[in-house]
Design a binder for this molecule. Structure first.
Ligand SMILES: [Zn+2]
Length: 232
């Protein structure tokens, strides 16, 4: 990876999205000395099969689990935007919030989800598509242009992101070898206790998935992305 990438921002919809989609890549980047921060759009407050659970209680649990997972990977900052799970819409307020976070942390690389509907219904959850589209719209043009969201000035100066990675599982541009950090990815995933339940089944699925993504390159485990390099 480009040595000029010093700061990385991972923008996702729910607590646990970063670890499932990019936990190994994040662990690698932290080991390489890059500063990684998270922006998570929703509270993840609907993902429970427990009929006695309430969205308010679940939001608190999921925030704590996310902080633990981020700590396991060495992520420096975690910001929750506080939107309700499952109802994320591409609004001016969401674009303003994401633009503000990009301008605050000034990442060289933004990692986000996949903006396309695919037949993998879990991976292409509506909130995932929405946050990915919004993240792209905020990298360009709103984070870059000083007249976009004038209320952010002068506290949040414009910022140019250099590159974007989009989580991609079909014909990806970039295959990241995560073999050496697979243990860290799994450790971070175990922090999402309310989501993973019995971890044995989850671990088997994650290993199988990441092994499949690495097969073409001969890596034991990999995560895959499409890459956009912004013109300077
Ligand atoms: Zn999700």
């Amino acid at each position: 990876m480009d040595d000029q990438i010093e700061r990385v921002m991972v923008i996702t919809a729910h607590p646990d999205d970063s670890e499932f989609g990019a936990g190994g890549t994040i662990a690698r980047m932290v080991k390489e000395g890059r500063e990684v921060s998270y922006v998570i759009a929703t509270r993840g407050d609907k993902g429970s099969g427990d009929r006695t659970m309430t969205p308010e209680r679940l939001a608190v649990i999921r925030a704590e689990e996310q902080h633990n997972a981020a700590r396991a990977l060495g992520v420096a900052h975690v910001e929750f935007l506080g939107y309700p799970d499952g109802e994320l819409e591409d609004t001016r307020q969401l674009r303003l919030d994401v633009t503000r976070e990009i301008r605050r942390r000034r990442p060289d690389l933004v990692i986000t989800m996949n903006p396309h509907r695919t037949y993998n219904l879990y991976a292409s959850h509506r909130d995932h598509r929405t946050i990915a589209g919004v993240a792209l719209d905020c990298v360009y043009p709103s984070a870059r242009d000083h007249m976009a969201f004038p209320e952010l000035m002068p506290d949040f100066e414009p910022h140019k992101v250099r590159e974007i990675y989009l989580m991609q599982w079909e014909d990806p541009h970039v295959v990241v070898d995560i073999t050496d950090v697979m243990d860290l990815k799994l450790k971070a995933l175990t922090c999402h206790v309310s989501q993973v339940g019995d971890f044995t089944g989850v671990e088997a699925r994650v290993r199988e998935r990441n092994a499949e993504l690495g097969r073409a390159k001969g890596y034991a485990y990999a995560e895959c992305f499409d890459r956009i390099v912004m013109p300077r």
